[in-house]
Design a protein around this ligand. Structure first.
Ligand code: SF4
Length: 374
């Protein structure tokens, strides 16, 4: 296939759905570790195309959703500091922290600005030499190289008032933590396409080896996802789990060496606090000491300590995002879903973020397939 239309073709989708129906003999449970996949699965009605024996569960793959309340609290605390301009991606604005949100802090006078990339934040630092511009760095291996590049650029160009509040997370370690936890028995994993463009498919090899769970890296079009599911079903039915790439136009087994080198240069592996999972050792990135003048946690250590002292972390009451992110419950099973919690008045991050499972279920849950004819 060469053209995008082909990856959205209802004819190819029907062919793959038929193949899945014929080859799927026993009930299986698959988890997608990417909010983009969750969104695409619901938007294109893929759950209605596959047999009932194939259960599809969202996992901890939406960057805003997995950002811990404690990390939100740190961002809000820095935003309230008079010398700081806090920059962030738009989805983060409405996510509730323990006592406030970035949106509310802004309404109360904090200088919080939405940016589309870290380079916007660098530019803001350049034109505001009297302020400290802090970028709230959330996300996975997909965003880590661009944040690393911005730090290298700031170093090279002598922009000393640019800082990153680093809450970056790594996908394979949280996959391992979730599988080790064993709360949800998984037969296969739809591995994230964008993350795998950077890290490749090799870091997933422990999954079939140590856990006997099938793995296929998938793209984001409906035919990509159905192809990944059909390959997962084939692996599971044959009893031979392995790592496969069904997104060859984007992913190589070895990943992107340039991006990986950049990450290695700027970051070091650290523990990270995940919503729903808690602190997972080795599942995050922090800024290497040689770039510490760009590390907001170092530069503003006293400000953060003072602002957060004696302020316990409080999760949104009644919200079950943590369980949704672990695959233990589904969004419609949350008592607040569609009642106390909607995209207009979200209670938890899974309803705020455009990649959140609750938002995707609310927007698309249960509607028929949108796949194009032809
Ligand atoms: S529906 Fe709302 S309250 Fe319930 S888990 Fe999702 S975001 Fe949290």
């Amino acid at each position: 296939m060469k053209f995008l239309d082909e990856y959205q073709s209802s004819r190819l989708a029907a062919k793959l759905a038929h193949r899945i129906s014929v080859s799927s003999k026993k009930p299986i449970r698959l988890m997608e570790f990417c909010g983009g996949h969750t969104h695409a699965i619901l938007r294109h009605g893929i759950r209605q195309l596959v047999p009932r024996t194939v259960e599809l569960l969202p996992g901890p793959g939406c960057p805003v959703c997995v950002t811990a309340t404690s990390d939100l609290d740190r961002a809000i605390a820095l935003a309230r500091s008079p010398e700081v301009i806090l920059t962030t991606f738009g989805d983060m604005m409405r996510v509730p922290g323990s006592y406030s949100s970035l949106q509310r802090a802004k309404a109360e006078g904090a200088d919080v600005r939405v940016v589309y990339s870290t380079m916007d934040a660098i530019e803001m630092a350049r034109v505001n030499p009297g302020k400290s511009v802090v970028f709230s760095g959330i996300g996975f291996e997909t965003t880590a190289p661009t944040i690393a590049a911005s730090i290298v650029k700031a170093q090279r160009e002598g922009i000393s008032n640019f800082h990153v509040l680093c809450s970056l997370k790594l996908t394979p370690p949280v996959m391992k933590a979730l599988l080790d936890l064993g709360e949800v028995k998984l037969d296969g994993i739809i591995c994230p396409g964008h993350v795998s463009v950077i890290i490749g498919s090799r870091p997933y090899e422990f999954i079939p080896l140590d856990h006997g769970v099938a793995c296929v890296v998938s793209g984001f079009e409906p035919v990509d996802i159905l192809l990944a599911i059909s390959r997962l079903v084939a692996q599971i039915e044959s009893g031979q789990p392995k790592v496969e790439i069904a997104y060859g136009r984007g992913v190589k087994p070895q990943g992107n060496s340039e991006a990986l080198q950049l990450m290695e240069e700027v970051f070091r592996i650290d523990s990270a606090d995940w919503r729903g999972m808690g602190v997972v050792p080795g599942s995050g990135l922090s800024i290497d000491p040689k770039y510490e003048r760009f590390d907001a946690d170092v530069v503003f250590a006293d400000t953060l300590e003072l602002a957060l002292r004696n302020t316990p972390v409080i999760e949104p009451p009644g919200c079950r995002c943590g369980e949704v992110l672990r695959g233990v419950t589904t969004p419609p099973d949350c008592p607040l879903f569609g009642k106390g919690c909607t995209p207009e008045k979200p209670v938890g991050p899974c309803m705020v973020s455009s990649e959140g499972a609750c938002a995707a279920h609310y927007q698309y849950g249960g509607h028929p397939s949108l796949l194009r004819a032809g």
